[in-house]
Design a protein around this ligand. Structure first.
Ligand SMILES: [Cu+2]
Length: 290
């Protein structure tokens, strides 16, 4: 019996140690919320796992030589206890998940503002690099928020900054500590933008915008993937997401603007007709000085 107790105690210590390990600091608000939720659910799940396994092992060991098993008699107190306990646990899991899932940093509800959703305009497609005028972009209520159009194509990424009217190929540059709205779309098939380290993932669907809201909390360069199988070039459909300190970002933006508004090496300059951002869905929802 003493050995069994020691074994159970050891199991508990290992379980507690595994959750007590300090998590890696989150690099964005999104990532922090997801990690925190994951951890609080783990705190609930581990004691339950330990308890169930302990009862199971205890029962197997204690009754292993029982040739005359007796059925369990009704125990009302026990039944009420496990019903209420389960209800409390489920309520906690449901509430904790709802608070995170309903947050705009995790699921941003599309705008109902006129011009952003209800009036899709004519699409213009010139290769991969276009400013598409379509529905679904969500306008930021924040004054200093940054908006970027992430345009997926077979097989690469173009990032368009509607306010400054510049394009960047293969690198998504955003400021640190500022709200960023990434309007994701595609020019051909369904893709998905995915930056695991920042907790970002969103489908890129032709003909519509899906907006992600994020706020990075640590400057650096993060890997950006396509997370939806999109053909033979899918595995190579990579890009970088660079988070710059605010001042550095402004300098980068000024440099891009003065150098003709194209940060790509591949000659992806927009045709003149595509750059009238005031007539686009994004232009309509972000009419504020750059
Ligand atoms: Cu893909």
């Amino acid at each position: 019996m003493k050995r069994t107790r020691l074994g159970l105690f050891g199991l508990l210590v290992v379980a507690l140690l595994s959750v007590a390990v300090e998590p890696v600091a989150a690099q964005s608000i999104n990532e922090r919320m997801i990690t925190n939720l994951n951890q609080s659910l783990l705190y609930v799940a581990i004691p339950i796992t330990v308890l169930v396994e302990a009862i199971l092992i205890y029962t197997v060991v204690k009754y292993r030589n029982n040739d005359d098993p007796q059925p369990t008699r009704e125990n009302r107190r026990l039944e009420i206890t496990w019903t209420i306990t389960t209800a409390i646990i489920l309520l906690f899991v449901g509430l904790a998940s709802f608070v995170v899932l309903a947050n705009p940093y995790i699921s941003l509800v599309p705008d109902a503002a006129p011009g952003s959703q209800s009036q899709p305009q004519a699409q213009q497609q010139v290769g991969a690099d276009v400013l598409m005028n379509q529905s679904g972009a969500t306008a930021p209520p924040e004054e200093n928020a940054v908006e970027v159009e992430a345009i997926a194509y077979q097989w690469g990424w173009t990032f368009h900054y509607p306010e400054a009217d510049i394009n960047s190929s293969g690198v998504l540059t955003v400021p640190n500590g500022t709200d960023v709205y990434i309007h994701t779309t595609s020019t051909d098939v369904i893709h998905a933008i995915h930056v695991p380290e920042l907790g970002l993932k969103q489908d890129a669907i032709p003909g519509q915008y899906n907006t992600i809201k994020t706020k990075a909390t640590e400057p650096g360069t993060y890997q950006l993937y396509c997370a939806e199988y999109c053909g033979s070039g899918h595995s190579g459909m990579l890009a970088n997401m660079t988070v710059m300190p605010e001042g550095e970002y402004q300098a980068w933006l000024d440099e891009q603007t003065s150098s003709g508004g194209n940060a790509s090496a591949g000659g992806n300059a927009s045709a003149g007709g595509n750059t009238s951002s005031n007539s686009s869905a994004i232009g309509a929802v972000s009419a504020k000085p750059a």
